[in-house]
Write a protein that binds this ligand. Structure first.
Ligand code: SF4
Ligand code: SF4
Length: 288
């Protein structure tokens, strides 16, 4: 079962929930946690696993061969991302903008744009008792998170079967990287905080999940600050609230030291158990 943990904005506690839920669930069963926030992954700060595998990840980009090029301009016309342009008697490519769609290469009448690999980042695989932790990170200067997220998801699919819980710490926001990170998930947990900012971004995230026709629910982090706006909104939209994680100074202290929270704060563990119970219901088909 694939469960993505997402949020409409950064800083809501997505990584706190992902890492604590992964460690908590792994006390009873095998769990995979994957950090798909490839621009700035930080789940690894809380998981002290042993590095068991590391590999560079590549994306394919067009490489111009001028010998047979007729300067017809087809390549520029078919690229939706302005990643290739005709400039005088030259064809220029911008690998940072390229989405590796192969269109220019396939449609070049003279085969003057063969696709070649370019390194975009690296993937690391750590192991800790019942928990496998995978983290991918974009190289400095690389702008496209989607291809690395896609390659990381391929790695998970090839490495692990379907009868295991796979948690995905998705990037924040509602743009392409989030869509890529959540599109194959069976269930999405949207993490928010009970503030006007949290509500604003939660609405965007809920609209995105509805557009994707995803099964999702909400976890409220830092419960106790702000107001009732998030609860009222979830009621009006009939969105299930799975858990309410408290707002204690001790939690911030544990987080700042990279320590797990549920092992020190009983109410946090109780709320995690509610999420775990829902996951079990989803696995057994009792919950939708
Ligand atoms: S499509 Fe091929 S032949 Fe035409 S301009 Fe581009 S590289 Fe040259
Ligand atoms: S592979 Fe696709 S995205 Fe990349 S330059 Fe060619 S057409 Fe543009």
């Amino acid at each position: 079962m694939k469960i993505a943990i997402a949020s409409g904005k950064g800083g809501t506690g997505k990584t706190t929930l992902s890492t604590n839920l992964a460690l908590f669930l792994s006390e009873k069963q095998a769990v995979i946690l994957t950090d798909l926030d490839v621009e700035e992954p930080n789940s690894g700060l809380f998981i002290n696993g042993k590095l068991i595998h590391q590999e560079d990840k590549f994306k394919m980009i067009p490489s111009w061969k001028k010998e047979n090029c007729t300067l017809c301009g087809n390549c520029q016309k078919v690229c939706n991302f302005n990643a290739i342009i005709k400039l005088g008697k030259r064809i220029m490519t911008f690998p940072e903008l390229c989405h590796s769609c192969f269109a220019c290469s396939e449609l070049c009448p003279t085969k003057s744009l063969p696709m070649i690999p370019q390194k975009m980042g690296e993937l690391k695989h750590f192991s800790l008792e019942n928990l496998d932790f995978i983290e991918s990170k974009l190289d400095i200067g690389q702008e496209q998170a989607v291809p690395l997220i896609a390659k990381t998801l391929d790695y998970i699919d090839q490495k692990f079967g379907n009868n295991i819980i796979k948690l995905f710490d998705a990037p924040p926001g509602t743009s392409c990287p989030v869509i890529e990170a959540t599109k194959d998930a069976d269930f999405i947990i949207l993490v928010t905080e009970p503030t006007p900012f949290g509500l604003h971004d939660l609405k965007l995230a809920v609209d995105t999940m509805k557009a994707l026709k995803k099964n999702f629910a909400v976890v409220i982090n830092r419960f106790g600050i702000g107001n009732n706006g998030v609860i009222d909104y979830c009621k009006s939209e009939e969105v299930k609230i799975l858990a309410k994680l408290p707002n204690y100074r001790h939690i911030a202290e544990l987080y700042s030291r990279g320590e797990s929270i549920y092992q020190h704060i009983p109410i946090f563990k109780t709320e995690l158990q509610k999420i775990a119970d829902h996951i079990i219901k989803l696995q057994t088909g009792v919950a939708k």
